[in-house]
Design a protein around this ligand. Structure first.
Ligand code: ADP
Ligand code: MG
Length: 687
């Protein structure tokens, strides 16, 4: 019998060419596919007769194709025209550029059509509706692409929601006996949770929105509970762990003070406080496991550097792992600049930069900075005392564990610019101690921010051109296009690409534009970013994937399209990419949704410049009403749940405490145990 844990490749319904595409969606096993969660539903539950159709309705109509044909327009486009008939009348259908449809749908094909009814010329029509062929229609026939709440999934090139829906539907029936309940009845009752099997059914094919919500709540709870258990178990483990890396700090007090005094700036008091908290950890006989949270530009790197210097003084080496080549290089430049006056050798290890010579140097370097290339088996770091991980949410638990295993219980410091409210950080990352840099270095200019009304768009573009051309070197501009779907789907990439093309040909033909999105190879991405960094491009059009930590000194303008789709904290992070020098910098927010509440929300950015405060505002302003919206983006590190579910986060934590209070080993919960194990093997915190 096939098992949930087996790879999708053994399914006959999934051809080999789909495997790598599915991998893009992080789907490798049958279970992954069943747990690929829709982010919204198209409501096609209303099934109507042709004669009852009204303009603007989103409906399903079941009928027979009368005819279908390809028509070529004057512009060389192919249109598919069809007519659908039921026992009350006929309606037109048009599709665009899907010539293969005439080989699928024929005169006489019985079909269920779902879409919006519109005037097309003088006749009511369906425009590009979804369709579903029906072999023998009885009232028992289960429609899956029409006639119901139709799930819409995160997609990738070559894998549509329709494709996923069909596969998931048939798998659900085959595998549902294997989906087992893994929570005890008292927890299910106490937190009013749906049964797991039912939740998996209802998240994909809910009978109504209410069931969809209950299913979602259950799956979010699962995710939060697993994280919470994982964190608490790790915390306990760590409390038992001893390290022989008890750093001496007092002995080197003078040297450390001197290092700090010789920095080109004075530390902010928040930086000082973080350094003190780190010192306390380093002196103790337990390995440090600390999360350093601070806005973009708050100066986390120097805090990490001071910690590395302390390791060096104690005779230990350090590594710093960054998520991208370009960030690693940036850290290398900064940190080696700080350390070389003290005769400390720093080395850079990336995929491009790890020849044998480099390896030799790694052996002797006190500080090694790199990408995940650092994890390579044959790299060793003698006397590794400190591991620093930048942008921790970009790495999986496993990678974070692997780098630590390069040493013998080394101290570890992870850094993030994601403003996670404190209470939530303490729940989800209960295994970490938290230091927050909640203050920007003095003299940092605040980024002047405007919500720009649409009638001023042209004027804004003119102003931007002036800004670019008015200084030497030129000021540079980011233009960020939003996520269109829940993840960076093709639609999103297309939107950024279209924006790029039109800006390039129509608005800024005289300037140098670059395009950046997550579907590019990392080589192309790095090249574009370094071109931008070196001033070879004036404007970078991108999806929100641009690395948050990236330091482009001449970037002074951040333009964000469809700003309403982002959370405030996220917008704040984006704007943190400009204003890094004391040059006036600007953030322009565009939105098509010019209603009072959206404008009011966005205008907070004109007056509020603290990431944590904006994160709190996000929590207040984005109610549970947005359950199926684009809200997920506000919560990096979570796949289904969201940081704004405070109640659910608290519930899941107390459930975790309750479960562990009687069963620390989870020996009565083998399934839960398995889930937690797979957490450490997978990128739980991918985003
Ligand atoms: P992040 O927290 O985003 O990683 P960085 O560490 O890259 O921020 O710091 C951003 C910039 O601010 C760097 O150019 C750094 O040298 C500078 N910086 C850091 N701390 C201070 C400070 N206390 N005063 C002035 N500038 C500082
Ligand atoms: Mg940084």
């Amino acid at each position: 019998m096939l098992q949930l844990s087996q790879p999708v490749s053994i399914l006959r319904m999934i051809g080999p060419s789909y495997l790598s595409k599915l991998k893009n969606l992080e789907i490798e096993t049958i279970e992954d596919l069943l747990y690929h969660i829709p982010f919204r539903y198209d409501n096609y539950s209303l099934v109507s007769k042709v004669s009852d159709l009204q303009e603007g309705e989103r409906v399903t109509v079941i009928g027979t194709i009368k005819f279908i044909k390809n028509i070529y327009t004057r512009h060389g486009r192919k249109i598919q025209k069809a007519e659908l008939e039921d026992d009350t009348g006929k309606i037109d259908i048009v599709w665009y550029n899907q010539p293969f449809l005439i080989t699928i749908l024929h005169t006489g094909t019985k079909v269920s059509i779902a879409g919006e009814v519109r005037w097309f010329g003088k006749r009511l029509s369906f425009e590009s509706p979804d369709y579903e062929i029906i072999q023998n229609f009885t009232h028992h026939t289960q429609l899956i692409h029409s006639g119901r709440l139709v799930p819409v999934y995160p997609e990738t090139a070559g894998i549509s929601s329709k494709w996923l829906r069909s596969r998931i539907y048939s798998l659900l029936f085959k595998f549902s006996p294997q989906i087992e309940e893994f929570l005890p009845g008292n927890i299910l009752r106490k937190f009013q949770l749906m049964d797991e099997k039912e939740a998996i059914f209802s998240i994909h094919f809910p009978a109504d929105y209410d069931l969809a919500q209950k299913a979602r709540k259950r799956l979010e709870f699962d995710e939060l509970l697993t994280l919470s258990l994982f964190a608490q178990i790790n915390r306990r483990k760590r409390e038992d762990e001893k390290t022989n890396l008890k750093f001496k700090v007092h002995e080197f007090g003078e040297k450390i003070s001197k290092f700090i005094i010789n920095l080109p700036f004075a530390l902010t008091s928040a930086q000082k406080k973080s350094v003190e908290e780190i010192v306390t950890d380093l002196k103790s006989d337990k390995p440090m496991n600390r999360l350093l949270e601070g806005d973009v530009g708050s100066g986390k790197t120097v805090v990490a550097t001071i910690s590395m210097y302390m390791a060096y003084l104690n005779g230990y080496s350090s590594v710093l792992m960054a998520p991208t080549e370009i960030l690693a290089k940036q850290h290398y430049d900064t940190i080696s600049g700080f350390l070389s006056p003290y005769g400390i050798t720093t080395n850079l290890v990336t995929a491009k930069n790890k020849g044998p010579r480099n390896k030799k140097r790694t052996k002797s370097a006190a500080v090694t900075i790199g990408t995940h290339a650092l994890l390579s088996k044959n790299l060793r770091f003698p006397k590794l005392g400190l591991v620093v991980i930048d942008e921790q949410q970009r790495f999986g638990v496993e990678q974070r564990a692997q780098i630590r295993e390069k040493g013998n219980s080394p101290h570890s410091l992870t850094m993030t610019a994601t403003p996670i409210p404190r209470t939530i950080a303490l729940t989800i990352y209960a295994d970490l101690d938290l230091s927050v840099i909640d203050e920007m270095p003095l003299g940092r200019t605040t980024v002047k921010t405007w919500v720009v009304p649409s009638e001023k768009r042209r004027a804004a573009y003119n102003w931007i051109r002036k800004q670019i051309l008015s200084s030497i070197p030129r000021n540079q501009v980011f233009i960020v296009c939003p996520f269109i779907e829940a993840s960076e789907s093709l639609t999103t990439v297309k939107a950024a690409t279209i924006e790029y093309e039109s800006l390039k040909s129509e608005i800024f033909p005289d300037l140098r534009l670059g395009l950046l999105h997550g579907r590019m190879s990392s080589g192309v991405k790095d090249k574009t970013l370094s071109d931008f960094k070196e001033g070879k491009l004036d404007i970078l059009v991108s999806t929100p994937v641009v690395e948050v930590g990236i330091d482009i000194p001449n970037a002074t303008i951040m333009v964000i399209e469809a700003a309403d789709r982002f959370g405030l904290a996220q917008l704040h992070q984006l704007r943190g990419r400009v204003g890094r020098r004391n040059i006036p910098s600007y953030c322009l927010l565009f939105t098509e949704k010019e209603n009072a509440s959206t404008l009011k929300r966005l205008k907070f950015l004109e007056s509020t410049f603290s990431g944590p405060k904006l994160a709190e505002l996000d929590l207040e302003l984005r109610g549970p009403g947005e359950l199926f919206g684009l809200r997920q983006h506000g919560s990096p590190g979570l796949k289904i749940a969201s940081f704004s579910d405070i109640k659910l986060i608290e519930d899941s934590k107390s459930a975790a405490v309750e479960i562990l209070s009687t069963d620390i080993q989870l020996s009565n919960y083998p399934l839960l145990q398995k889930k937690i194990q797979s957490l450490s093997g997978k990128n739980v915190a991918s985003n």
